[in-house]
Write a protein of this length. Sequence first.
Length: 369
Amino acid sequence: MRSGLFMMPLHPPQRPLAETAREDADKIVLAEQLGMDEAWVGEHFSAGSEPLASPLMFLASLLPRTRRIRFGTGVIGLGYHHPAMVAAEVAQFDHMSQGRLILGIGAGGLASDAELFGQTDIKLRGERMREAIDMILALWSSDPPYRLEGKHWQIRLETAVMPEYGVGFIQKPYQKPHPPIALSVVGANSVAMKVAALRRWIAVSANFIPTWSLQTHWPTYLEGCDAAGCAPDPAAWRVARNVIVADSDAEAREYAFDPLGPSWYYFEYLWQLLHRRGLGAGMKPDPAVPDDAVTPAMLIEEMVIHGSPKTVTEKLLALRERIGPFGTLLLAALDWSGVNAAREHRSLTLMAEAVLPRLREAIGEAEAA
C-alpha cells in the first residue's frame, strides 16, 4: 500500500493566496518527510476557494525542497488548453523533476471555469480532452514536420523547421515513452474507469463520493480490462479519502465534526458546488435522501474516515475489502487555519507512523494467505 496527498487545494476564499500557497507547499514537504510517495495538486482558474491556476508552476517551486516524492497534476483540464502547449510544458517539467511527474488529465469540472472559457457542454469538453491527449502523445512520439488535424485543434509545423538547431521540435519527456497518465474518476460506473483500464492509465477515485459509488469503480475497471484483454493492475488504482487520525476515537470525532474545522467547510463547500448544478445526488450517502435533508455532518459521517490509529486501520481495511484492492491511498489535504494546522500535522504523522505500517502488514498477510 502506497500513500500520498491529494489537494484541490481548498481554503476559505478570504485567505491570501500567498499564505495558502506557502501552507500547501509545506504540506507536501511534510508528506515527503513522513515517507509518503505522491502529491497531487489541482487546477482551477476562477475560484478563490480553489486558488491554484497552474499545478505545474506550483509544483516546480517544490523541486528544490524535495528529492523523492512524485508529483501528480490533479488534473490539467485539457478541454481548456492547446495540446501543443501542454505537451511542451509537461515535457519541460518532467525534465526539471527528472521523471517525478504523473500527468493527471480531465475535461475540467469547475462550472465557473467552463463558463470562463466558453466550454459549458461537458460532452464537448470530454471530446476536446480525448482529442488533446491523443495529439500530445503524437507530438511526443514523432519529429517534425507535424501535421495533426482534429475537430477542435489543428497543429501544423512544417516549414519553420531547422533540424541543425533543433528549431521546430517539440521537446520529448524525460520519462520514456512519456510520464504515466492518470484520469480522475468521480461518478458511479464512470466510463473514465473503463478508459483507464483500456489505455493502461492510472485511475484516481475522488474523495467526495460515498462508498456505494466507490464500489462501482473496480468492477468497471475490470470490464475495461476484459475488453482490452489485459490483466487488472491494482497498483494503477488510487483511492482518495478524507482521513483524520487522532490519539483517541473521541478526539478524532470531535475534530471531524467541528463546525469551525476544515472537514465541515470542505463538505459544505463541495455540497453547495454540486447541489446548485443539480449534481448533488452523487455525494449523498443514499440517493433517495431529499436535497434539503443533506447536511455537512451527514456527508462527514459517510466520507471521512476518523478515529485512533487502530480504528482507522480497521476502517481502511474494511473499505478495501468492500470496494476492491486499490494500491495507493491518497489523503485529502485540508485547510490549516488556526488550530487546524496542529491537528492536521498530528493526523498525518499518526497516519504515516501508526496506520500505514499496520495497513501494509495486514494487506501483505491477507494476500500471502
